[in-house]
Design a protein around this ligand. Structure first.
Ligand code: BDR
Ligand code: CA
Length: 307
């Protein structure tokens, strides 16, 4: 039976890659998308999520999420990384469909109840909606099958500040709340996603296999790779969000360590993930190593099936 999945997302170029992977994978039953700020504002994230679904020709629900972090004031979106509209140089027309009347936390709570024990949640943006869903329904976590989160960094340092990974940095209080309260979490952070690097030729090859959808990713990836090259870190782009999706289907490609985790919520190390020793707290499975070539091949093989 296919894996029932909801993605909480701030699309975002690597979010688009992750969403197309989930749409293309026959082993995933993508039930819906929920949106959050981060790479763009929440309103643009909703528009972009609807646009991606429209391009793929599928009509699953999109629930719009919260518009600002739990405690901190709103951050400006990461337009240097993802472009002003979220998809590099691509212009994004107004979609035909609309988001649900329900908010993202309400939708998540309802879906977790309706699919008790079967639903996997894959957050690939700041964890604001997830913390709100946990507060809304104390049984939210126990209703889920599990959660695979893209965020944080155990030993790889940060990508938005020297200490912090971007998703945790954009709402450290939400990240700390979610990690503190547990939820059968697998954490796919920079320790592994910084090692899954795809060059321009990867997306050119994808576009020849899949002219429409792979072609869109090819255009977006050009902007994303330009950014990575400016920063001088990699030759290619980090496959952050797609790696989390691959981890949902192929966990055997990742090595994990159990850790009790917290997130620093103030000061110049805000958003940093830290380990604690506590016998009572629920540990998180942190991905510490990855078979990077196999993850890339898995992603390519599945997304290449799209039109
Ligand atoms: C994360 O931050 C965002 O820019 C990406 O979409 C990804 O979710 C990587 O740190
Ligand atoms: Ca993201």
């Amino acid at each position: 039976m296919a894996l029932k999945l909801i993605i909480d997302t701030d699309p975002g170029i690597d979010d688009a890659m992750a969403i197309f992977y989930a749409i293309a994978a026959p082993e995933i039953d993508l039930l819906g998308l929920t949106t959050v700020f981060g790479n763009v504002t929440t309103a643009k994230a909703t528009r972009n999520a609807l646009y991606l679904l429209e391009q793929a020709g599928i009509e699953i629900p999109v629930a719009e999420g919260l518009h600002r972090p739990r405690v901190l004031p709103a951050f400006p979106p990461s337009s240097a990384v993802h472009g002003a509209e979220g998809f590099g140089t691509l212009t994004v027309p107004a979609p035909r469909r609309h988001a649900l009347a329900e908010t993202a936390p309400e939708y998540l709570v309802r879906m977790a109840r309706e699919h008790r024990g079967e639903l996997v949640l894959c957050p690939i943006g700041p964890l604001t909606n997830i913390a709100a869903a946990m507060e809304l329904d104390p049984s939210f976590c126990s209703n889920l099958k599990g959660m695979v989160v893209m965020g944080g960094s155990l030993r790889a340092g940060g990508n938005i500040t020297p200490a912090a990974e971007a998703n945790f940095y954009h709402d450290p209080h939400a990240a700390d709340y979610v990690l503190r309260h547990g939820c059968h979490i697998t954490l796919v952070g920079l320790d592994v996603t910084n090692r899954v690097i795809c060059p321009r030729s990867f997306f050119a090859d994808l576009a020849s296999e899949s002219p429409k959808m792979g072609g869109l990713l090819h255009v977006m990836a050009d902007f994303y790779i330009d950014f990575y090259e400016t920063v001088g870190k990699f030759s290619g782009c980090g496959m952050h969000d797609p790696s989390a999706l691959v981890a949902c289907l192929a966990p055997e490609l990742f090595t994990t360590e159990p850790h009790v985790l917290r997130v620093t919520c103030a000061g110049d190390r805000s958003g940093e993930m830290i380990t604690k020793t506590s016998a009572n707290a629920q540990p998180v499975n942190v991905c510490t190593d990855v078979q990077a070539e196999a993850v890339k091949q898995n992603f390519f093989k599945i997304v290449a099936k799209l039109s």
